[in-house]
Design a protein around this ligand. Structure first.
Ligand code: PNS
Length: 157
């Protein structure tokens, strides 16, 4: 299988990183696809997000990091990929994830979505929560890779 792990990654967290590592056990290689749609209000530019992910996965084999715009299924086609990896943490993620999976299945039924259940220890981390903690000067070192911690502290200085 050729797997893609898509997301906003604004910024990448240790929860995302755990999904990347565990996905590699399934697929052997992985493309992390960073959403670059202008309608989403992100703290970091797509290029900044890509760079932070690249730094965070530098020690992992066979991980590619790419930006994408437009529809995920079109990116999948361009990459010749057939599996979308998504992580979910809680029941509240489920409805959203189900909706995305059904939409993508409708748009291209050759593409499968595989869900990875987030480890309990990462189940309460999200990019938004990490940004909020950083914004008010809280400790985020347990939640994000080192380079992300540095970048967030710099943004909110
Ligand atoms: O990290 P996120 O924001 O939950 O990731 C959402 C993402 C990027 C997977 C989703 O918004 C996406 O695939 N957007 C691209 C546009 C698209 O294909 N939309 C139709 C399926 S929702």
């Amino acid at each position: 299988m050729k797997a893609v792990y898509p997301g906003s990654f604004d910024p990448i967290t240790n929860g995302h990183l755990d999904i990347i590592k565990r996905s590699l056990k399934l697929s052997g290689s992985l493309t992390v696809a960073v959403l670059n749609n202008v309608s989403k209000n992100s703290l970091f530019t797509a290029d900044e997000r890509v760079e932070m992910i690249k730094a965070s996965v530098a020690d992992l084999p066979n991980v590619k990091v790419e930006k994408f715009s437009g529809l995920l299924v079109d990116f999948m086609k361009k990459e010749n990929a057939d599996v979308i990896i998504r992580g979910f943490r809680t029941v509240s993620d489920y409805e959203y994830e189900l909706q995305i999976a059904h939409v993508n299945d409708h748009l291209n039924s050759d593409v499968e979505t595989i869900f990875m259940v987030a480890k309990n220890s990462y189940s309460y981390i999200s990019s938004s929560i990490v940004k909020e903690i950083a914004k008010f000067g809280g400790q985020i070192s347990d939640f994000v890779p080192k380079e992300v911690e540095r970048a967030l502290n710099k943004k909110y200085k």
